[in-house]
Write a protein of this length. Structure first.
Length: 450
């Protein structure tokens, strides 16, 4: 169901849009979470370390495309808010072309350079084979990941955050079943969880395509509708490039962080893999609020309703701060029990270090909440460079702090844990500074597309 956010209660729109996003993001994160739990409990901490060290390498391959998807989503939202449905159909066609070409390029590049990238991270020998097997399967199926994210991103831009959720729930349940089947019954090892994820992502993409084509008129394409609009592409690139650069630098930063973690051995690698996945679930409410305020802002900037954007921004900040406090309480008091789910009995080192990560990082979720919401609002307004700069500053500070604290102070691996909130603090400062300048009010792109 498409939703016009330019009329009606601002807070109600944000809440109703955020809830499906949050639930959907939980199930999407469940892909990685279940992979980690299955390999950690049924194969061992080396396998868990392999899955963990693979993630930043894979993210490097898809980061640029994800950034372009952000730009495309903003263009779709603003055109929809302006009620220009002819232009909207051309935008959807253009983005499908972009998706297919870039997904093929990423798959080929990833399949060709998996081992060199893992060696660059200093991946231990005992982890290398499992990490390679996991990554090769994942890159082979990257078209399904891109396809689902692209189509669901367009649907969210049109105000529909529920339909992609339903399909994602189905595919997540399938992923859990296939993980257990491939690893425990068919003894396929780490590659088994990668195959399970690929098949599940393919299902969610196909279901989204079928729904969009059969239920939404904008997806009914005749031969003449399949066009590549250079103006729309240019606008999407202008909006997406800052985010792509941001995502690419984030992936490089994640690789540097993973390299620092790898210096401390397989136990720390496994604890980081487990704790970071739990952390990714804990921050989903505030990330979902950030996505919601971005779509809300894009539609209302397209409709020239800046007053509604400001009201929604204030209420979203309050809701995200409250949700971050709840998440922090859960992580602080239940961290050890949660981390223990990822490992076999008799591995206290992983549990100890993972729980320390959750206790340190979650105490500062409020900083992440303000940063995510403010950056999301700027992104929806089309003010992409400052939005991306906030994340880049956060990342750069995090990497520098992790390097200095873990190597040149007695903190050791704890220095990597402490670097996360330090980065959030500086990223939040940049985002708030830009918001108060008010320049974002003049960043709408719909008028520049012919």
């Amino acid at each position: 169901m498409l939703k016009d956010m330019t009329v009606g209660s601002e807070t109600r729109h944000i809440v109703s849009f955020t809830l499906p996003l949050f639930i959907g993001n939980v199930f999407q994160q469940a892909y990685n979470m279940v992979d980690a739990v299955i390999v950690g409990r049924y194969i061992g901490h080396n396998a868990l370390a392999a899955v963990g060290t693979s993630f930043p390498v894979m993210y490097l391959m898809i980061a640029f495309v994800l950034g372009l998807t952000v730009g495309a989503s903003v263009v779709v939202s603003q055109i929809f808010g302006a009620k220009d449905y002819r232009k909207l159909k051309r935008a959807i066609s253009t983005f499908i072309y972009i998706l297919v070409i870039t997904a093929m390029a990423v798959s080929l590049f990833g399949l060709s350079f998996t081992k060199p990238l893992l060696r660059l991270l200093g991946t231990p020998a005992e982890v290398m084979d499992d990490a390679t097997a996991y990554m090769l399967v994942t890159f082979a199926g990257s078209i399904f990941l891109f396809g689902y994210n692209a189509i669901s991103g367009v649907l969210r831009g049109l105000g529909d955050s529920r339909t992609p959720l339903y399909f994602l729930i189905l595919s997540s349940l399938l992923n859990i079943y296939l993980d257990i089947l491939f690893v425990t019954s068919l003894d396929m090892g780490v590659a088994g969880v990668a195959y399970a994820t690929m098949i599940s992502q393919a299902l969610s993409m196909v279901l989204c395509i079928i729904y969009a084509y059969t239920r939404i008129e904008l997806f009914h394409f005749s031969k003449k509708d399949w066009v590549f609009d250079k103006d729309i592409f240019t606008s999407a690139v202008k909006l997406g490039i800052p985010s792509s650069v941001q995502q690419t630098f984030m992936s490089i930063g994640m690789m540097v962080m993973q390299g620092l973690v790898n210096r401390f051995g397989a136990i720390t690698m496994a604890s980081f893999a487990a704790a970071s996945r739990v952390d990714s679930i804990a921050v989903l409410p505030i990330q979902s609020f950030g996505l919601a305020i971005s779509t809300f802002t894009a539609q209302n900037v397209g409709a020239e309703r800046i007053d509604r954007v400001k009201k929604a921004f204030k209420s979203t900040i309050l809701m995200s701060v409250a949700s971050s406090a709840i998440a922090a309480a859960i992580m602080i008091f239940s961290g050890k029990g949660i981390i223990s789910l990822f490992v076999k009995t008799g591995e206290p080192g992983v549990i100890k270090q993972g729980a320390e990560y959750l206790m340190i990082v979650s105490a500062f979720y409020v900083l992440a909440a303000v940063m995510f919401i403010t950056s999301g609002m700027l992104r929806g307004a089309g003010d992409m460079i400052p939005s991306s700069l906030s994340s880049l500053v956060s990342l750069i500070v995090r990497v520098v702090a992790a390097f200095v604290l873990s190597i040149y102070t007695p903190l050791g691996y704890l220095g990597i844990w402490w670097s996360v909130p330090i980065g959030w603090l500086f990223g939040m400062i940049v985002a708030i500074w830009r918001y108060r300048q008010d320049a974002w009010k003049q960043k709408a792109v719909v008028g520049s597309i012919g």
